[in-house]
Design a protein around this ligand. Structure first.
Ligand code: GDP
Ligand code: MG
Length: 320
């Protein structure tokens, strides 16, 4: 099932709430600045500074502002709203990266295998619980593979979440072979006709070559059970790590082909602009955003809702 179908009526609310800090700082000031409607040189410099402060990234911020300025220059009457123009550019960037993920797909594999990767503490295990919860809400059966055998508490953590979400957890002993856990989980899921398998992995540092090898091995072993697996490789990025997260993302993408991003902890940062850098520089769709620590705190990424939440409701009114 495509992830976009997880959109709920409270998705917008969650997005808004998680971007409160971004909106009340950098993006709020940007909105105020642009709403004054002037287009003097100083305004653009200040706008650029605010965007960089929000972790949009230098290259991305410059590109966005440049394109907005070009549009405004074509407008001889000076009637175009500066804020609305920039908002439009931001939206276009996010939409291009989001791709189309809402179409009902008849060919959804069964079980659908989702491999979840990312550095330690990014929010992988929590995100897996949230995803399992969403699938369970849709009436799908879910098996979780506790392939983070590296950290002692990781298996228990997943088992606890599995219980809460109503998903079976396949686990081996602490220190066991992660690829073997993934293998067992997929085989068990196949045998029982389970809909979705989600594989948790260790928080391997992207600088540790041998751990990256281990992750590749998990991918290979899954493909041995089902040659089309894994069907999705979700890279979990902690939004509070900002530009650092981008470097991590590149490393992961080089080792294992990622298919999408989950951006966690947006509720804990004022730098929600990092999603723009991700969209422009990684060429990977952002699938979900993490909006809190609870099992319900995951929202499918919606570009329009994200932009509205970043710039605020007043900005919406100003842009008509
Ligand atoms: N505020 C907030 N905390 C989160 C979010 N996602 C994960 N966390 C917290 O981040 C910490 C690490 O999460 P965990 O799933 O164990 O990370 P892992 O090492 O990648 O598996 C935990 O304390 C989580 O509660 C989120 O979207 N918002
Ligand atoms: Mg974990």
């Amino acid at each position: 099932m495509p992830f976009g179908l997880f959109k709920r009526k409270d998705t917008k609310e969650k997005t808004e709430k998680s971007l409160e800090r971004s909106r009340s700082t950098f993006f709020g000031r940007l909105t105020d600045l642009l709403r004054r409607g002037q287009s003097g040189e100083d305004i653009w410099d200040e706008a650029e500074e605010l965007m960089i402060g929000a972790d949009v990234g230098v290259a991305t911020a410059m590109g966005l502002l440049e394109r907005a300025r070009e549009q405004l220059q074509g407008d001889k009457g000076g009637e175009t709203d500066v804020l609305a123009t920039l908002k439009g550019e931001v939206l276009t960037t996010l939409q291009a990266a989001a791709g189309d993920d809402t179409a009902e797909d008849e060919t959804t594999p069964k079980p659908m295998v989702i491999l979840v990767v990312g550095v330690n503490g990014a929010g992988k295990t929590t995100t897996i619980a949230k995803l399992a919860n969403l699938y369970r809400d849709e009436g799908k059966s879910v098996v979780l593979a506790a392939a983070d055998t590296f950290r002692a508490a990781a298996i228990e953590q997943l088992q606890l979440w599995g219980e809460r979400a109503g998903a079976e957890v396949i686990a081996h002993k602490h220190g066991g072979d992660p690829a073997a856990v993934a293998f067992d989980a997929l085989q068990a899921a196949q045998a029982r006709g389970v809909d979705v398998v989600i594989v948790d992995t260790a928080g391997r540092l992207h600088t540790k070559g041998n751990l990256m090898e281990e992750m590749k091995k998990i991918g290979r072993v899954l493909a041995r059970v089902d040659e089309t697996a894994p069907h999705e490789v979700l890279l979990v990025l902690d939004a509070t790590t900002g530009q650092n997260g981008l470097a991590q993302a590149r490393e992961f993408t080089n080792v294992i082909g990622c298919t999408g991003i989950v951006l966690t902890k947006l509720d804990g940062t004022s730098k929600g602009g990092v999603v723009l850098a991700i969209a422009e520089q990684l060429n990977l769709p952002v699938r979900f955003i993490g909006t809190g620590e609870g099992m319900e705190d995951l929202a499918p990424f919606d570009p329009q809702e994200y932009v509205d939440a970043l710039f605020g409701v007043d900005a919406q009114a100003a842009s008509g």
